[in-house]
Ligand binder design. Structure first.
Ligand code: AOF
Ligand code: ZN
Length: 419
């Protein structure tokens, strides 16, 4: 098993001290690692961790990241069994329904786990879910000490794992590299915090900020490398959403083709059920489910879309007569879709930004000036007229992707009002 190797998958995530951020492999960017703590004479930091434990936690975080794109709706978790300064075994959670990280690491460690330390990014579970409680495995293996990155706010866990281990005499510390551990699971944590998915708004723009040419063409604006990156980003989300205007103009597939990974749930905001039967989206329902979110009561039209294989989700209209976003987002969470990618067009971006529902923005910029008087820009009227009211981004990162520039940042302040 290559799991124990600290193979250099570019670290990604948010820096410490920042709110929980996205940490999607290859997409989101460098994790800033805190400088090592000053050790005390006994070899433990004031917070109670040894340098070996901190190193083990960094390894556990890297391993957890390998679960990106596959653990959904479960969190990404990594674990390392440590004896003194030696790593005995490690593991990560690969897929919902399969072994938890701790269980895998302990299984690999076997009898060598007796008296050893377990380092794990998330509090071990104490409940019977799809797998038995990890706390039982930890106690059964004779682990003497557990260093935990963060408490698991899942109401089925929420401190019970920590409490049970302590009650059984295990030495437990919580909070080792907590911000980094938190940034492994922004979507999992956000839906637990407020019942909404973690939303990333993604767009490709020309150098002058247009999403399409005056004649409406947008396909091909991003170069090959940008296309591949987009597919990778899709594979890292649980659902991808576009407005029906994008379906009518661009006829996108929204599948994952240029990267490894599965196609997320594809969602169309379609108030009046205008999605064409002949759209590539409906012609590809075999490759992954499609949801049409609507406020239309046209039963015949709804039925015909269902006959084409789409699921039709009906909502009471929002005050503007369109699909209400919050109820739709809550339904996505109820469906286990915690990470949502919004891929346009401008009207859809506008609605999400106006309502303060966007957590993160990812924008590609092509080295091309399009001009035009009607060509769409990233968003329309956001109800903010002054410079000071603009939606600000923080932790902005920029990099080259092929011939394009790629920017990512977290929406700060009241741009994400729900947080
Ligand atoms: C994981 N992987 O490594 C850890 C988890 O349905 P189950 O049995 O897989 O339980 C899922 C819950 O278990 C999850 O929401 C989280 O609270 C806890 N810990 N989950 O998928 C892991 N350690
Ligand atoms: Zn568990």
């Amino acid at each position: 098993m290559g799991e124990g190797s600290s193979h250099g998958t570019g670290m990604s995530g948010m820096g410490p001290g920042l709110p929980a951020g996205v940490c999607l492999r290859g997409f989101f960017v460098s994790l800033r690692i805190e400088p090592s703590f000053a050790e005390t004479a006994r070899g433990r930091s004031p917070a109670g961790y040894t340098p070996a434990e901190e190193r083990a936690m960094r390894l556990a975080i890297r391993l957890a990241r390998r679960g990106i794109g596959t653990t959904h709706p479960n969190p990404r978790v990594g674990a390392v069994v440590l004896r003194g300064r030696e790593t005995i075994a490690s593991g990560y959670h690969q897929r919902a329904g399969e072994a938890h990280a701790e269980a895998r690491a302990l299984q690999l460690a076997g009898s060598r786990a007796r008296g050893a330390t377990l380092v794990v990014t998330l509090e071990p579970c104490a409940h019977h879910g799809r797998t038995p409680p990890c706390v039982d495995a930890i106690l059964g293996a004779g682990i003497a000490r557990v260093a935990i990155g963060m408490r698991d706010p899942n109401p089925r866990v929420d401190g019970r794992g920590i409490e049970r281990l302590r009650r059984e005499g295990v030495d437990v510390e919580v909070g080792l590299l907590e911000e980094e551990c938190r940034s492994l699971n922004p979507a999992y944590l956000k839906q637990l915090r407020c019942g909404l998915p973690w939303v990333t708004l993604k767009a490709m723009l020309s150098l002058d900020g247009r999403m399409a040419s005056e004649s409406g063409e947008s396909r091909g604006l991003g170069g090959d490398a940008e296309q591949r990156l987009c597919h990778r980003i899709r594979a890292e989300h649980d659902a991808v959403l576009v407005g029906v205007g994008t379906v009518l103009v661009d006829d996108p597939l929204l599948t994952v083709r240029l990267a490894r990974g599965r196609t997320p749930l594809r969602v169309v905001l379609d108030s009046a059920l205008r999605t064409p039967h002949r759209s590539r989206l409906l012609e590809s329902v075999g490759e992954g489910p499609v949801v049409i979110a609507t406020v239309s009561r046209d039963a015949a039209r709804g039925r015909s879309l269902e006959e084409r294989g789409a699921a039709v989700w009906r909502f009471d209209p929002a005050p503007d007569g369109r699909v209400p976003l919050r109820p739709l987002l809550e339904r996505l969470v109820a469906d286990g879709r915690y990470a949502l990618l919004v891929e346009g067009g401008a009207a859809t971006h506008t609605s999400f930004l106006r309502e303060g529902l966007v957590d993160r923005i990812a924008i590609g910029i092509a080295p091309l000036i399009l001009g035009g008087t009607n060509s769409p820009t990233l968003a329309g009227d956001l109800g903010r007229v002054r410079l000071a009211e603009g939606i600000a981004l923080e932790s902005l990162r920029a990099r080259r992707v092929g011939r394009d520039v790629w920017l990512e940042g977290r929406v700060s302040g009241d741009g994400a009002r729900h947080v």
